[in-house]
Structures are given as C-alpha cells and as structure tokens.
Design a protein around this ligand. Structure first.
Ligand SMILES: [Zn+2]
Length: 129
C-alpha cells in the first residue's frame, strides 16, 4: 500500500498551448458549426415542406429534355429557374420554381457552375501553343 501511487505520479499532462487557446478555438468551431446547421435547419425545414408540396403538384421533371420525353422522369427536387444566390425573394417565389429529377438538376447545376460560377479562363491553353 502506498507504493503503487509512485509509478503513476511522474506523468503530467502536456501543456503545449495556453489554456485559453484551446477553449476559444473549440468554441469558435462549435459556434460556426452550430450557426451553419441552425441556419440550414431553419431555412431547410420550411423549404422541405414547401418543396414537398410543390412536388406533389408537379410530379414530373420540368427540364427541357424531360418535357420532350413521352414518359418524363419523376421529379425529386425543386429547382430555382433563376439562381437565387441567397435572394429570399427569388428563393421563395413559386413562379421561380420548377420540379426536376435529381439527375437533371445535378446536370444543370454543373452546367451553371461551369458557366457562371467559375468561368473558365479564355484560351489560356491556346496562347501557349
Ligand atoms: Zn429532366
């Protein structure tokens, strides 16, 4: 009795950082995460509800390609015809919505990102040749 304690004593927790640093850092990260999810959830739950109702009224994809199909793809997502870019007026205006199949929506998103969001630098490669 009493001997066993001495083998445990030498270890002391490392303290590389000032105590305040880690908590402030962790707090900021938690805050960012929380802000992100609450915004998404607050925004998202209403949007989920509205989108679901819209899809019940517009059960098939409204994209150009599907409109030409005899059997259109079933719509799974509600797309904004004009990119809302965070503008609530565009975001919540049903006139700016269209039902789309996920597949078609993803394709449209890629096209828009490539064309508008990140325009490809013109003819950089051509200059080299
Ligand atoms: Zn489609």
């Amino acid at each position: 009795m009493g001997d066993t304690g001495s083998s445990l004593m030498p270890f002391r927790p490392p303290q590389h950082l000032p105590a305040g640093y880690q908590t402030a850092h962790a707090r900021k990260r938690a805050h960012d995460r929380e802000r992100g999810t609450t915004a998404q959830r607050g925004y998202g739950s209403r949007w989920q509800r509205e989108a679901r109702r819209y899809l019940q009224q517009h059960p098939t994809c409204a994209c150009e390609e599907c409109r030409g199909l005899i059997v259109p793809r079933p719509a799974q997502v509600v797309d904004h015809v004009i990119a809302h870019k965070g503008d609530p007026a565009l975001f919540w205006n049903p006139a700016n919505w269209q039902a789309m199949a996920k597949l078609c929506h993803d394709r449209k998103t890629v096209r828009e990102d490539g064309g508008l969001g990140h325009p490809t630098p013109p003819t950089l490669a051509e200059k080299g040749t």
